[in-house]
Design a protein. Structure first.
Length: 92
């Protein structure tokens, strides 16, 4: 299991490069994965995300959460690290 969350189109496996390719109905363009699908300009939450064909994708729409590869395992690992007992060291 990777420490890095992988984002890829569920239909064609295209991986976004962090560019601002997605345009909201309000006209704002941004990287939808930086905000979990919520437009930072108007607050609209996009439940589905389109794969960007001009950037190398297939143009298909998929549920936004389906883009996050192995999300359950990633979250489980993050939570276990947060809940893990911390070792205390005393400086004497």
């Amino acid at each position: 299991m990777s420490d890095k969350l992988v984002i890829a189109c569920p239909k064609c496996e295209w991986e976004p490069d962090g560019g601002a390719y997605w345009m909201c109905s309000c006209g704002h363009t941004w990287n939808t994965f930086a905000t979990l699908g919520q437009c930072p300009a108007c607050g609209r939450k996009w439940e589905h995300t389109q794969c960007i064909q001009p950037a190398g994708g297939c143009n298909a729409w998929s549920p936004h959460l389906d883009w996050y590869r192995d999300l359950d395992s990633f979250v489980q690992k993050e939570v276990s690290q947060i809940l893990a007992p911390k070792q205390l060291t005393l400086d004497l």
